[in-house]
Design a protein around this ligand. Sequence first.
Ligand SMILES: CCCCC/C=C\C/C=C\C/C=C\C/C=C\CCCC(=O)SCCNC(=O)CCNC(=O)[C@H](O)C(C)(C)COP(=O)(O)OP(=O)(O)OC[C@H]1O[C@@H](n2cnc3c(N)ncnc32)[C@H](O)[C@@H]1OP(=O)(O)O
Length: 176
Amino acid sequence: MRHPDAPAPGKPLGVHYDQCFGCGDQPGGLGLIARAGEGVSVTAEFTVRSGHQGAPGLAHGGALAAALDETLGALNWLQRAITVTGRLETDFVRPVPVGTELHLEARVTAVHGRKVYCSATGRLGAPDGPVAVRAQALFIEVRVEHFIENGRAEEIDAALADPDQVKVARAFEVNP
Ligand SMILES: CCCCC/C=C\C/C=C\C/C=C\C/C=C\CCCC(=O)SCCNC(=O)CCNC(=O)[C@H](O)C(C)(C)COP(=O)(O)OP(=O)(O)OC[C@H]1O[C@@H](n2cnc3c(N)ncnc32)[C@H](O)[C@@H]1OP(=O)(O)O
């Protein structure tokens, strides 16, 4: 279900962590910017750069899978729940040249307990361009302790000392 406090359709979704490979401002990262869609869906754009190559002039499949994963992860903002990728199945349908703007769309298809089933597509050049990549995924809901208990102490301590980061984490907390 779309959470009552979910951002309105069209609203840009923030960076959930500034050092995130997918959405943070990282050299070599994806620089992916997502927006809320209708229902429990999001859209995003990812421009393939030379640092994302796997073969001459073509995107690496892992970079494309990461873009799909990040877009699917952004569904968290619409559900106001923290979920992590448990399973990500990817179809690579067309090669993606460097310089392409990949238009991504992701949506939740079903929820069962902590399990969130979702799917995503990436299209070449335009929101209605040809499909280049597709994903089916299972995300699992976790508590914020998942990060605190498993993350490296250095980054966790810095995140907990950063009021902006704590604000993001709080936005997802379901208080008893
Ligand atoms: C203080 C700092 C805070 C910072 C964070 C703050 C806020 C963050 C907020 C929002 C984030 C917003 C956006 C995020 C955007 C993008 C990120 C991209 C997403 C990622 O990139 S994220 C990284 C990759 N991801 C992982 O790093 C996960 C590693 N993994 C684990 O941590 C565990 O594996 C876990 C937790 C997944 C499950 O562990 P668990 O012990 O909690 O639960 P359990 O195993 O019981 O599974 C429960 C039910 O899921 C089924 N199930 C589980 N895994 C399955 C699989 N693979 N295939 C099929 N079914 C599976 C079971 O079969 C069972 O099903 P059933 O209930 O029916 O029996």
